[in-house]
Design a protein around this ligand. Structure first.
Ligand code: ZN
Length: 506
């Protein structure tokens, strides 16, 4: 092989992959618009546009010429160091190609169309507080999810191919083991806390006007390092982050005027996702490598900033006087201690998004188990409300009062396939502490810097050890490399025991 031949083939590969990336990003822009500004009447045409783009992208990704090119380049990739950009690009392109060729283009087009219409049906059902409105759509989603899994015969569990889409390399069995270990720690901790006097969090439930909440949230994003030259924030029914490139990162929030936490912690959460995307190395931008590596690693960053930092004492040492300035009437007389206890109040609740750190994972485990049951055929969609209620009763001791705060609270099952939608949150919580501990070991001044509003110390460590790589390394490789060990619940469990042991005098 002449090196000029190799150079030309690598260029051809990059050109093909860029085209696929651009089609995918055009879809992402249309989805962002659908979830933010599109009038409801635009849905039918939007679903078709998304379906067309999904099909075109899929046809390019599964084109036999791309397969041949990857075969031709395989010896070159093998000759390079594992960490070389070209080696990573060829490796990840091969993985995406092999996954995509199993799935017919007609299925991809049908799924894109279904996602758009199902999501709008969810919004209607949620407004009407009536699961029946979206039930036929979810039935279709479960059917499509099963069909998707069947494109990958030989799986160990039917959810494996679905989990693989968002958390590559993780299997149902691995996640079940981790979640069972975690649950065994969480339940006694929750019980011990519930036995303590209830924390008064009335200070968070006063009237906080929307405009002022949004202004404060933006000031926090800016201080954490979000770059508004290369990103923006809008409002949506369910908050999310989407990146078209490191140069253009969008996030959304939603506000409740009688609850300070909803927009505040939601905003910090999405900022964590955005900081990751904005710091991906420019050389990887516009290629298949230029995005976060997995759902779990992505959530590790949103949850790290939202909780490990955003609900920490040093963070509020800096921000609380500023928050009091923004809301003097509501918080002028509330001490930092009272506020800190209130934002860390542990109480079983019906809502995952705003759940405290201790009970949060129990919400995720319920959803994960129900996803598996739906795919296995153990639970039918028509029996899902009952299954949901019964799990909330046994796991959190709560009666679910309605669909809005029950199985319509999250949009995941109505926006994508079922299976693989939720495990990333708990994997992310577990990983957030593993990354944070590693950062702290390298830079012990991080808490003191946070207390002085200097978040760049932590951000720089994360950029260097996690963010810059995009999809170059798998989640498993990245965790090993950045933290020196495999994924483990021990550091996270220790973190919860220590933090909440102190807060609740356990
Ligand atoms: Zn998230």
């Amino acid at each position: 092989m002449l090196s000029s031949d190799i150079g030309a083939k690598v260029q051809e590969l990059k050109a093909r992959l860029t085209e696929i990336n651009d089609l995918n990003m055009a879809q992402a822009v249309l989805v962002w618009d659908r979830l933010t500004y599109m009038p409801p009447g635009g849905i039918t045409i939007r679903a078709r546009q998304l379906s067309t783009l999904a099909r075109l992208s899929h046809e390019r990704l599964t084109h036999p010429a791309l397969g041949k090119l990857l075969d031709w380049l395989a010896p070159y990739a093998d000759s390079l160091p594992y960490e070389a950009d070209d080696a990573a690009l060829i490796r990840v392109a091969r993985r995406d190609y092999e996954r995509a060729v199993n799935v017919p283009a007609t299925f991809v087009a049908q799924l894109a169309d279904h996602q758009a219409t199902a999501h709008q049906a969810w919004a209607k059902a949620r407004a009407a507080n009536d699961f029946a409105v979206v039930r036929p759509f979810l039935e279709k989603t479960v059917e499509l999810s099963r069909r998707y899994a069947e494109f990958f015969p030989g799986y160990e569990h039917i959810a494996d191919p679905l989990i693989d889409r968002s958390d590559y390399g993780m299997r149902t069995a691995d996640i079940r083991t981790l979640f069972a270990q975690l649950r065994a720690r969480l339940v006694p901790l929750m019980q011990a806390i519930i036995a303590q006097p209830v924390v008064d969090d009335a200070c968070l439930h006063q009237h906080f006007p929307e405009a002022e909440q949004l202004a404060f949230g933006l000031a926090v994003c800016r201080q954490l390092g979000f770059d508004f030259e290369h990103g923006r924030q809008d409002k949506s029914l369910h908050p999310f982050m989407t990146a078209f490139a490191p140069d253009d990162v969008r996030m959304t929030t939603r506000v409740k005027e009688n609850d300070l936490c909803e927009a505040l912690f939601g905003t910090i959460h999405e900022t964590g996702h955005a900081l990751y995307e904005q710091a991906i190395h420019p050389d990887l931008a516009g290629t298949l490598l230029g995005q976060g590596t997995s759902a779990g690693v992505h959530e590790s960053q949103s949850r790290l900033w939202e909780n490990v930092i955003g609900r920490s004492r040093p963070f509020w040492t800096f921000f609380y006087p500023r928050l009091q300035e923004q809301f003097p009437r509501q918080l002028g007389h509330v001490t930092l201690d009272t506020f800190y206890q209130a934002i860390n109040k542990v109480q079983p609740s019906l809502i995952r998004g705003t759940a405290d750190e201790v009970t949060y994972n129990l919400h995720v485990i319920i959803r994960f188990d129900l996803e598996l049951a739906l795919l296995e055929g153990e639970v039918a969609v028509r029996d899902l409300p009952e299954a949901w209620c019964s799990r909330y009763q046994t796991d959190l001791g709560l009666d679910v009062t309605d669909d809005h705060d029950g199985l319509l609270q999250d949009d995941h099952w109505y926006d994508d396939l079922v299976g693989g939608a939720f495990q990333g949150y708990t994997l992310g919580n577990i990983l957030s502490i593993q990354f944070y501990d590693a950062a702290l070991k390298a830079r012990p001044e991080i808490p003191a810097d946070c207390a002085n509003g200097r978040f760049e110390t932590l951000r720089a460590w994360l950029a260097e050890n996690v963010y810059q790589y995009g999809r170059k390394y798998t989640a498993i490789e990245l965790v090993e490399q950045a933290t020196g060990g495999p994924i483990s619940i021990e550091p996270y469990s220790r973190y919860l025991q220590t933090k909440y042991g102190q807060l609740y005098n356990l």
